[in-house]
Design a protein around this ligand. Sequence first.
Ligand code: UDP
Ligand code: MG
Length: 336
Amino acid sequence: MSEPGLTLSVVIPMYNEEQVVPLLIERLRPALDGIGEPYEVVAVDDGSHDATYAVLLGVRRTWPQLRIVRLRRNSGHQAALNAGLMLSRGAYVASIDADLQDPPEKIPEMLELARAQGLDIVYGVRSDRGTDTAFKRLTAGFYYRLMRRLVGRNVPSQGGDFRLLSRTTVEALRELPERAPVLRLLVPWIGFPSGQVSYVREERAAGSTKYPLRKMIILAVDSITNFSAAPLRLATWLGISGMALCAALVVSGLVAYARGSVVPGWSSLFLAVLFLGAIQLLCLGLLGEYIGRLYTAVQNRPAYFIASDTEEQVAGPRVPASRTSVENSVQERIGL
Ligand code: UDP
Ligand code: MG
């Protein structure tokens, strides 16, 4: 759904970023104006509780290229990013965090590289994470090593969600059935011709991180289960080794019985019961993770609901305020 003549869309998910927005606009606007071609900025307000939306509306008065999409509730970084991507119309679509950790000045460079070499994907790759906390660096390092094993070598080891995609890539992503895609893995998985632009990760310009440990763990578990059945295999291996160990215990039990020293065997029996119980619970948990995801996939619920979109207001009539187009299509499908 590209719009002819529109070169670039820039998608920015925002959650409670009222402090950052003015700083971001101050740097983003000159960078994009400098390209000298038509562009749009798609700011996705991910159900913020602060004045993010009001601040954005204020900016839009003097910056008509700013499109503001508001989600009905906080749906998470990946869902917000995906909403913006699906609504974008440019021939190229860049995504960037709101907090200025990724420099907006790199976007023209990404565009230039994509055009010069005919690339579909340009990753922003962090050359230095010096400003991130040691904990973040450690967990991120572990996460990317694991993801490279699961998804393949295409995954840039220090890539986040700062990247540029061609229209073809965005359309390919749209075709995928996933409702809650982990874009930083799906994009490398698509595997279209790609290049990299490296940048220094800066410190968050204002406010605090919107990615607490809880959300990081959810992202990691989603990433693993989206791309691999390896954890299920782990359950099988644990089961096999547990059985081998039990066989050994059975033999030693029989020997103890033959020798007539049965009562002292209590501790090994106790350990075996504990061990088996633990393995069974672990395997049940793993099965549960996947069954839960199958269930969610079968329900096929949208990952986000759009509450308003400045572009739709301009374009003409909208669906009744209480229902958005996404909700309508969902409700039609489930027969309401
Ligand atoms: N974000 C979002 N929804 C959320 C959490 C975060 O849209 O539920 C946005 C946030 O506003 C920012 C980006 O995602 O633009 C990355 O978040 P953050 O900078 O807090 O993550 P960190 O850099 O600490 O990993
Ligand atoms: Mg950040």
